[in-house]
Design a protein around this ligand. Structure first.
Ligand SMILES: Cc1cc2nc3c(=O)[nH]c(=O)nc-3n(C[C@H](O)[C@H](O)[C@H](O)COP(=O)(O)OP(=O)(O)OC[C@H]3O[C@@H](n4cnc5c(N)ncnc54)[C@H](O)[C@@H]3O)c2cc1C
Length: 484
């Protein structure tokens, strides 16, 4: 019979008692049935349950928890909302999970200096919602922004549809409070843009939880653009749509966003939301222009001409905010709609130079055929940041194997085309074995050395991002378990 956390987990009972003392009983989850929720993030191919989940409310509690773990050399994994798509919050030889969901206060909003100070468990969209009425917004807008946390965004250096023009998370974080794995609390960056010395804040943004736990962040706020125009282009083939992406940017216009969906995703979105997209559409582009009112209609006309010239069969322009929201609804909820197509899916994330989009999409189609899988594409086309969605059934071990293999082949193709292993979802557990495709052994050793500056014992989110380097780089094999 389960009586308490210590009995249920492999952790020493003194540690469990000390953690209970720090955060209180209600902030600990230890029953295996309840911990099941935390055995994976949005990348569901691998699963591994923590022994104990701790949900602190303050930086002081996080610090005390990490000091207790440090004393006993226990590894931990930070977690925000668990929407990550590369297994970043998957516990791999990390018995304790520390979740920031209760650290969800917006601490201050300073519009004259255009910044906000927030706890790391604040949901991304809540920041923009808090300043919307004053005409401001927080620019990084992952499609998961209704759920994902600022701490998760910082750890993954997240992007979103509007990062084509505005940049990713690192361009919008001025400073963080970080609790190091030994429990020491440090401040990196600050309230102003200019920083002297090495950019340690830059090293923590995108570190995927391997530098400790971010507890607080100072974010930049941006003024809402005066005007927005949203165009939906429907194309009879994928090549024409990708040509329109390059043509628009080459013509000197940087839209706020250029997003693309292919046939498989259009079908799923249409079935879910009934947006009136034609049955024979092979690709859809959403192009959003934003900026000053002056000159907007001329820019829109220029883009409309370019899109038509590249072969769009139909062009729709949102006439009001309701139509704009409708266009975006399909894109932002596309991942949810994919649930209609298959019982399981793995979202891949890679980047290629924008001009190589037609080639990578052709290669993805070939990989799908070779592996006998269905793969849809919905992605940030303006950045060349692709998101192939590999559909599979986790009850079929061979299909799981082929889905993993297809993901790997897609990443290889991205690197061969001059791109990279991730545009925004990070390396996590998923792509750790692919790092040597892009980085030399020396590169990986330097990265590991940088990591040790923050986490000498490598207890903060072990077995993530960097394959274990020794004298020569040796790839660790974390316990890989295909979910059956
Ligand atoms: C439907 C859907 C759409 C998505 N769209 C996008 C998109 O457009 N752009 C994009 O970039 N991503 C996207 N994602 C991926 C995901 O939402 C982001 O990576 C997000 O930043 C993860 O935030 P989270 O709070 O869920 O973090 P989690 O998944 O909980 O954790 C992610 C990583 O961050 C670490 N971490 C979490 N909190 C902290 C902290 N406080 N301190 C230190 N480390 C921490 C974890 O250890 C882990 O390594 C999408 C995901 C889904 C499911």
């Amino acid at each position: 019979m389960e009586t308490n956390g210590a009995a249920a987990s492999s952790l020493d009972s003194k540690l469990s008692a000390e953690l209970r003392e720090i955060v209180g009983d209600a902030a600990l989850v230890w029953r295996p049935s309840e911990l099941k929720v935390y055995e994976c993030d949005g990348w569901t191919i691998e699963k591994s349950r923590p022994d104990l989940l701790v949900m602190p409310r303050t930086t002081a509690e996080v610090s005390a928890v990490l000091k207790a773990l440090h004393k006993r050399k226990v590894a931990f994994v930070p977690r925000g909302a668990g929407t990550g798509l590369s297994g970043g919050a998957l516990p791999l030889q990390a018995p304790v999970m520390i979740c920031t969901s209760r650290m969800n206060r917006i601490l201050s909003i300073d519009l004259s200096n255009r910044r906000a100070e927030v706890e790391s468990g604040v949901v991304n969209l809540h920041v923009s919602n808090a300043v919307k009425a004053d005409g401001y917004f927080y620019a990084p807008d992952p499609s998961s922004q209704m759920a994902c946390t600022i701490g998760g965004n910082i750890a993954e250096n997240s992007g979103g549809p509007h990062t084509l023009k505005y940049g990713v998370t690192t361009n919008h974080v001025l400073g963080v409070e970080l609790v190091l794995p030994d429990g020491e609390i440090v401040e990196l960056g600050g309230a102003t843009e200019d920083r002297l010395g090495y950019d340690l804040l830059g090293a923590v943004i995108g570190a995927e939880g391997t530098a400790g736990i971010v507890t607080r962040a100072t974010l930049k706020l941006m003024r809402e653009p005066q005007s927005r125009q949203t165009l939906l282009g429907i194309f009879p083939d994928v090549d024409s749509a990708t040509r329109a992406v390059s043509a628009t940017i080459a013509a000197g216009t940087i839209p706020g966003a250029i997003e693309m969906m292919d046939r498989l995703i259009i079908r799923a979105v249409e079935a879910a939301f009934h947006l009136g997209l034609p049955d024979d559409a092979e690709a859809v582009l959403i192009i959003e222009l934003d900026g000053l009112e002056a000159g907007m209609s001329e820019r829109l006309e220029r883009v409309r001409e370019l899109v038509r010239g590249c072969g769009a069969s139909e062009i729709r322009i949102a006439r009001d905010e309701a139509e704009r929201a409708n266009i975006w609804k399909g894109r932002k909820r596309a991942f949810g709609a994919v649930g209609r197509l298959a019982s399981n899916y793995a979202t891949q994330d890679g980047v290629v130079p924008r001009t190589r989009l037609p080639e990578i999409l052709r290669q993805i189609a070939a990989i799908a055929q070779r592996q006998h899988l269905r793969i849809g594409n919905v992605f940030h086309a303006g950045d060349g940041n692709i998101h192939p969605i590999v559909l599979y059934d986790e009850r079929d071990p061979d299909e799981v194997r082929r889905a993993i293999e297809a993901g790997r082949e897609i990443l290889q193709a991205c690197v061969q085309l001059g791109g990279s292993l991730s545009g925004e979802h990070g390396i996590g557990a998923e792509k750790i074995h692919e790092m040597p495709l892009l980085f030399s052994p020396d590169d990986l050793i330097v990265m590991a050395e940088l990591r040790r500056v923050f986490d000498p014992e490598q207890r903060s989110n072990p077995n993530k991002i960097i394959p274990t380097p020794g004298a020569c780089v040796e790839v660790t094999t974390p316990h890989r378990q295909a979910a059956l």
